[in-house]
Design a binder for this molecule. Structure first.
Ligand code: HEC
Length: 97
C-alpha cells in the first residue's frame, strides 16, 4: 500500500500538469495503464477498463470522486481529475478497439 500511495502522489502531480495543457485523454490515460494494463486491458486483479463503454468509466470515476463507491485507491486518483479530464480519458478509451 505504501508504494500505491507514493504512486498516487505522483499521479496527483501529473493530473495538475495535464490540466494546464488542456485535457488530452491520450496523455492522461497513460497513468491509468500502469495499473489497468496497456490500453486498459488488465488481466490482473485490477479491473480492465474496456468492459464497459464511455458512460461506464465516467460514472465510476464520478462515484469514486464523491466517495460513493468504496475503493482502495481509485477514490484518491479520481479526485485529481476534473470532470472534463475524466470525459477526455473515457472518450479516448472508448475509441480503442
Ligand atoms: C494505482 C493503481 C491504479 C491507477 C493508476 C488507476 N487505477 Fe483505476 N482502479 C484501480 C483499482 C485497484 C480498482 C478497483 C477499485 C479500488 O480498489 O480502488 C480500480 C477501478 C477502476 C474503475 C472501475 C472498474 C470496474 O470495472 O468497476 C475504473 C472505471 C477505473 N479504475 C478507472 C481508472 C482511470 C480512468 C484511471 C486513470 C485516470 C485509473 N483508473 C488509474 C487501480 C488503479
Amino acid at each position: 500500500m505504501r508504494a500505491l500511495a507514493a504512486f498516487a502522489a505522483t499521479l496527483l502531480t501529473a493530473g495538475v500538469a495535464a490540466a494546464q495543457d488542456g485535457p488530452s485523454g491520450q496523455a492522461m490515460v497513460q497513468t491509468c495503464y500502469v495499473c489497468h494494463g496497456p490500453e486498459g486491458r488488465s488481466a490482473e486483479a485490477v479491473p480492465a477498463l474496456l468492459r464497459g463503454q464511455k458512460e461506464f468509466v465516467v460514472r465510476q470515476m464520478i462515484e469514486f470522486k464523491a466517495d460513493r463507491r468504496p475503493a482502495t485507491i481509485m477514490n484518491r486518483i479520481a479526485k485529481s481529475y476534473s470532470d472534463e479530464q475524466i470525459a477526455a480519458i473515457a472518450d479516448y478509451l472508448a475509441g480503442l478497439k
